[in-house]
Design a protein around this ligand. Structure first.
Ligand SMILES: [Zn+2]
Ligand SMILES: [Zn+2]
Length: 235
């Protein structure tokens, strides 16, 4: 089985929500474990956005120069909000400096409110709908229309629907990513796990290459462009 060259992971957690590591330890462990890209995306509603994003920014900025081998993005996973509140929360998250906005999708493992997938895939401020469970073709098509990525996940329980997510995304041409949803060191991706997740969801080797290499580059380019624009505006 071929392995990916580097890991790009856009969904992870620290002790700022329900993960076990500090932001700095998470970055360190990923940096020494073949990660080229890490987005730290702690769970949040609306009230917690400022605390999470300011802590993540300070820690990420403190280690950025010392560990250039890993590109770290800060963000949030908007989690268990009523669907009607998602656009407002995504707006606030961006305003407070979120570089990546994930929405916690309708995983089979948790009672996420019905309508969450629909709300997330209609919101231009969302980058990624994570573990979307039994997503409909209509919602997957809405994600494609807005360039919102759909996740094949390593998260236990959430991953039960990976096959369905892959099939539905491929049917409408929505872009997939493989992410860890890591909360602890053992929940992080390795190059072999990343490919097993992609292949196990039913993708061919060529489709897995797309999802593990080209799709991450597409999102990274968007994030870099956005941060350049943001810096230009601040200066
Ligand atoms: Zn969690
Ligand atoms: Zn998560």
């Amino acid at each position: 089985m071929a392995t990916v060259k580097a890991i790009h992971d856009f969904h992870s957690h620290t002790y700022l929500s329900d993960g076990g590591l500090s932001p700095v330890e998470l970055i360190r462990r990923c940096a020494v474990n073949s990660y080229a890209t890490l987005a730290i995306t702690d769970h949040s509603g609306i009230g917690d956005l400022g605390r999470i994003l300011s802590t993540l920014r300070a820690d990420r900025d403190a280690v950025r120069e010392a560990w250039p081998e890993i590109e770290v993005w800060i963000g949030v996973e908007l989690t268990h909000l009523p669907p009607s509140v998602i656009p407002q929360a995504a707006y606030k998250a961006r305003e407070l400096g979120a570089e990546v906005v994930n929405v916690h999708g309708e995983t089979p493992a948790e009672p996420t409110a019905p309508g969450t997938n629909a709300a997330a895939t209609r919101c231009e401020l969302v980058d990624l709908l994570v573990h979307p469970g039994l997503i409909t073709e209509e919602d997957a098509a809405a994600a494609k229309e807005r360039g919102i990525f759909l996740e094949l996940t390593f998260g236990r329980g959430h991953s039960l629907a990976n096959g369905h997510v892959a099939k539905t995304a491929l049917a409408v041409g929505a872009d997939l990513l493989v992410n860890s949803d890591g909360h602890l060191p053992e929940g992080l991706l390795t190059t072999t796990w990343a490919r097993k997740i992609a292949r196990g969801a039913g993708l061919t080797e060529a489709q897995a290459d797309q999802v593990l290499e080209r799709n991450p580059q597409k999102l990274i380019e968007r994030l870099r462009l956005r941060s350049k624009y943001h810096q230009a505006r601040v200066m």
